[in-house]
Design a protein around this ligand. Sequence first.
Ligand code: SF4
Length: 329
Amino acid sequence: MKWYGLNARELPWRSTKNPYHIWICEIVLQQTRVEQGKNHYLNFVQRFPDVKSLAEANIDEVLLYWKGLGYYSRAINLHTAAKQVMTDFGGDFPKHFDEILKLKGVGKYTAAAVASICFDEKIPAIDGNFYRVLSRIFADDFDVSSSKAYQYFYNLAMMIMPEENFGDFNQAIMDIGSEVCKPKNPNCGICPVQENCLAFGLGKVQNFPVKSKKVKPQGLKLKYYHILYKEYFLIKQRDDSFIWKRLYDFPEEIPSELETFITEEKTINHKLTHKNLEISIAKVSIDDKAIFEEFARKNQFIITDFEKSHQKSFPKPLENFLKKEFEGF
Ligand code: SF4
């Protein structure tokens, strides 16, 4: 705690105890590095400064403000949760861990971070950093990939938590985990808990944490048609099922008469957390405006161009594909 008092990283959300802001920043940081997330967080809370403004916003605009962060389901969940706060909590952000946990997309770690930082609730915010730091300090070989790990480390944390400033305790562990006790090269030389760290004392830092299960990514193939007439092309919005909910992508099927217009095919490999995607994109260059427009109308596809497509959010691999296709336009 002393070390945190002197070394806390200066981050834009550290100067506030506003639960809405802390919640947004925790969700931004779930799969994004601090440096990359900082500006996105600032832009997001500037445009949507409170729960009400987020709940009332159009989802397309929310997704647009999420552009560049990836994992868009986080933004969709934020939007849903903001509406939940308005309807279920009368617009007041919930104040207890159990209530915060009810919000869409909020897990135990985020609920604990918000409850401890904003409402000084005594509850540890347990994530991968937390498992790593505690299992090293205690040289504890409890398997962190086991379903019982959360409860085990929860109990351990409750024993060492101070009597007050629970939010600072959680943030201190977060900072030690990300700045000092890193997964591969922990900087034990400057670590504030080195004297009490059993793994360090035993010279076995790299043996912890113990993780037995590794999730093997599944392979998945996707097929798209990039259908063009001059610089115009067709897009559609994905539904709420499966990956990339509510983002925009390309048509996935074409009638056989359009197959004669296929000029080339590209394959893109893209990794999601638990999926390896193989995306093939066939370019269909139609030279007849009437055929192009009729196909779009019949299937309710949207006609757009590169410039206008910036107003929509695409999955990362398709965004990169479009950038390459229209380079120099
Ligand atoms: Fe991590 Fe090393 Fe500090 Fe132990 S001494 S907590 S292993 S950085």
